[in-house]
Design a protein around this ligand. Sequence first.
Ligand code: PLP
Length: 440
Amino acid sequence: MSLYQALLEYQKKEYAPFHTPGHAGRALPSWIFSLDFTELPDTDSLYEASGPILQAEQAAARLFGVPRTLISAGGCTLCIQAMLRLAAPNGGKIVSGRVIHRSAVNTMALLGLEPVWVYPRGDAGPGLPGRIYPEDVEAALIQTQDARAVYLTSPDYYGVIADIPSIARVCKKYNVPLLVDNAHGAHLKFLSKDIHPISLGASMTACSAHKTLPVLTGGAWLNIADERFVQGAKEAMALFGSTSPSYLVMASLDWAREWLESHAADAYPQLEQRVARIREMAQRRGILMPHGMCDPTRISLDMASIGLSGEQGAALLRQHGVEPEYADQAYLVLIATPFHTKEDFARVEEAIRALPCGKPIEHEGLLPPCRPQTVVPPRQAVLGPSEEIPLAKAAGRIAAQAACPCPPGVPVIMPGEKITSEAIKFLIRYGFFSAKVLKC
Ligand SMILES: Cc1ncc(COP(=O)(O)O)c(C=O)c1O
C-alpha cells in the first residue's frame, strides 16, 4: 500500500486523535493548506527575515514575553541544535539531564560537546524516569567548573515537570545558561497558571509547537530570554536548517500565535477541567498516574497498576475509537488539546470505564542499575567507524549509539560509554540483542 493510501485508510477509521499533531486534524482553517509558497519578494525568507516572517517572530516573542523568538519548520530538533550551538559554539562540557531526546545526543556529537550526566531520581512513580533535582544540578556544576550550559528535558513524555525555578536559580548562581527541551510544553504558558519554562527562568527553550498546539507537523519555536544569545540566533538556526522551510508550517505557527492571543485564556482552563475529570475517573478505577508537578493537560495512565500493559490498554482504547500518543510496557499516554471535542473525551471516559481492572503488575525498574563510564566523547563514538555485534559479546566495548529500553526513558548506555555486563543484563530484559560499538 502506498503511504498516502495508508494515511487515507487511517483517516477513515475516524479515531479520536489523542496524539500529535496538536491541531487534531480540525483546528486549522482549510485555506492554510493552499499556502505552500516559497521565498518571493512578497513572502520573505526565513534565514534573512525582514518582512512578514520577522513580524511573525516578533509577534511570537511578544506572546512569550521574551526578547527573541525564532520560527522553525524543522521541528524542535532544529531549535535544540541552535540552542546548543549558541551556548557552546566551540565545544565544551554540558551538564545534562539523562532523560534526553536523541536530537540532543546527535547535536552534542556534531558539535563536539561533552555531556556531564545528571540522573533523574525516579520520584514520579514506578515505571517513570522522574525529575532532575536542583541539588544534583548544583553538584554537577561544582564538579564541572568549565560547564557551558545546563541542558534539561522538561516536561518529559509523561508530562512530568522539573523544578525549573530552583534549577534556574542554581544556574544563575554559577553563571551558566539553562537550556530546556520543552518539546512537550509549548502550551504551558497558556494554562491557568503559566508554567512555561521560559517564564520560570530558563535562558532558552526549544518548543515543539506541533505536538500540543494547532500547528502543522514540524512547526516549533526557539524562545530566547537571555539577551546574550539573540544576536547569533538566526545564524545558528541557519547552520542546521533546510533552505526550503515549509511556508505551510510557518503560516500555521503564525495562525496558532493569533489563535492563542484571542482564545487561549478561555480554552486552556476548560481543557484542564476536562482532563482533571478524566484523571479523577481513572483514579477511582485504581489507575495510578505520575506524582508531583505535572502538565495538567497530559493524560498518562499506569496500566500496570490495573494489571495491563500500556500496549494492551492502547488496544482497548482503539476498540472505543481512541488512538493514543504512546504506549509502553506499563504506561499509556494521551495528548489532550482544546481541539478535542466532548465526544472525543466521552470516548476516553467510556474506554476507561470499560478497562478490566486486575491485580497490579510489578514494574520492571526502568531506571538503569548502572551509571556507565564515558571513555570517548560522543563525537568520536557517533562519527567513528563502528560495527553491530551481539549484545552478549559487548561487555567492555564502547557504545557508538544510545540504547534505551523505551524511547522517552533514560538511556542505559550513551555513545562513548563503556558497556558493562550489568547494562547488558538490563538491556536483554528489554529485548535488546545487538549493540552498535566502536571498531577496535
Ligand atoms: C523530548 C523531545 N525532545 C525533542 C523532540 C524532537 O522534536 P521534533 O520532532 O519537533 O523535532 C521530541 C520528539 O518527540 C521529544 O519527545
